[in-house]
Design a protein around this ligand. Structure first.
Ligand code: G3I
Length: 374
């Protein structure tokens, strides 16, 4: 539950009073003197976490640099300094953490969970049931339905159990619907071979392995009220009516300035909130068409900044949207140019870790929300 007033709901008089009161603490003295936190995590209101994906695996393996998270000291420093939540970008996906039938590779995931504990950060686990980035032994294996069921249950018990108490939110089911709101019955091995009932089982097994973690559906293209988000809206109601431990619905937020801002984002989050669910933003980035010199114009940067700001404001305004994660914070490691060759500059910092207007818009919005909380 949000522990602060909504930005915009606080009266100017209340804000003035909160700033003019005699300072009762060094922090309050800082506010009185006009000091403002200068990192995202410090600027955030109490109870609101700001996260980043932790770069590694996936597209990075094809790049001419070493795996980012273990090797880039400046990057690590900023992950710790700027963020209060981390999401393994690839390191907990099946092909990385479970590369052979009887082999788990926990090293990179362990390193992230340990780093998070050292820096007082939450962790979002990503992901347990997906149609992509599965190992060949699984996708090409000749398993019976009963064997596949056991494989999924054992995987969930092993991975979720290992990090029990250390992961705050799990993306249990990732991208299970297509753009028309149909279950991915051919792409998703679990749904194809075991039927849709396996979704409920995955949530139940995850809950058994870590009763304290919040369990999410996560997808892209569900920022607005549309066929895909409608499909989730129906499914979570059915599952909750059956007593399945579903806690949350998260929107990834891979935006492009080509397609405009999803103006009904807040309304969409609110309808899931009204079902008693947590909501979250899990993978925000805002890509754009780059000019020939690959440098965004000031106008493009301003549009991008407004998208980031509006996305954050929508989450802040929704009662139980308390986790806001960027899919990387520097263009140095963004997945975007790999997948969208004409687009880029999608994150809030340049390749040299310089802050863009988008970063400033987030910082300013978080500071305003924190002040409104007092
Ligand atoms: O599996 C192939 C391999 O067979 C091939 O030899 C190799 C050569 O390029 O590519 C391998 O695929 C790579 C894949 O990661 C597997 O590790 C892709 O090239 C690479 O682009 C891919 O990138 C990851 C992508 O997920 C895969 O879908 C990105 O690093 C990662 O940022 C991205 O993250 C996803 C979230 O998990 C879910 N939401 C969308 C988001 C962005 O796509």
């Amino acid at each position: 539950m949000k522990r602060y007033a909504r930005p915009g709901l606080l009266s100017l008089a209340a804000l003035a009073t909160s700033i003019c009161l005699a300072p009762a603490s060094p922090a309050a003295a800082g506010v009185a003197a006009g000091w403002q936190p200068d990192t995202l995590r410090e600027a955030a209101p109490d109870g609101f976490v700001v996260g980043t994906a932790v770069a590694g695996g996936g597209h990075h393996e094809d790049m001419p640099y070493p795996d980012p998270f273990p090797n880039d000291r400046k990057y690590r420093h900023l992950v710790a300094k700027e963020f209060s939540s981390v999401s393994p970008e690839n390191q907990m996906k099946w092909e990385f953490i479970h590369p052979e039938p009887d082999v788990y590779d926990f090293g990179p995931a362990d390193a992230i969970v340990k780093f998070a504990a050292q820096h007082d950060q939450q962790v979002r686990g990503h992901t347990l049931m997906w149609h992509s980035q599965n190992p060949e032994w699984l996708e090409q294996g000749d398993y019976t339905p009963e064997e596949l069921r056991t494989i999924l249950r054992d995987h969930i018990k092993t991975v979720v159990g290992r990090y029990a108490g250390q992961i705050d939110q799990w993306d249990v089911a990732n991208e299970i619907f297509d753009g028309s709101g149909n279950l991915r019955t051919s792409e998703n091995i679990w749904i194809r071979e075991l039927g849709p009932g396996i979704i409920a089982d995955a949530f139940r097994w995850t809950h058994e392995a870590d009763p304290d973690a919040l369990l999410f559906f996560n997808d892209y293209g569900v920022e607005s009220i549309n066929a895909k988000s409608d499909a989730y809206y129906r499914l979570v109601q059915e599952l909750k009516a059956d007593g399945v431990p579903v806690d949350g619905f998260s929107v990834q937020g891979h935006l492009s300035t080509r397609y405009g801002f999803p103006g009904d984002l807040q309304a969409n989050l609110e309808r899931f909130d009204a079902l008693g669910l947590e909501t979250a933003v899990t993978e925000l980035d805002v890509r754009m068409d780059l000019p020939n010199d690959a440098e965004p114009t000031p106008e493009q940067e301003a549009v991008q900044a407004s998208y980031y700001q509006r996305f954050l404001q929508a989450c802040l305004a929704v009662e139980n949207c308390d986790s806001f994660t960027l899919w990387g914070f520097t263009d140095k490691y963004s997945w975007v140019p790999v997948f969208f060759p004409d687009e880029g500059s999608a994150t809030v910092m340049t390749e040299e870790f310089e802050r863009k207007p988008a970063y400033d818009s987030l910082l300013e919005t978080l500071n305003a929300a924190r002040l409104a909380q007092r």
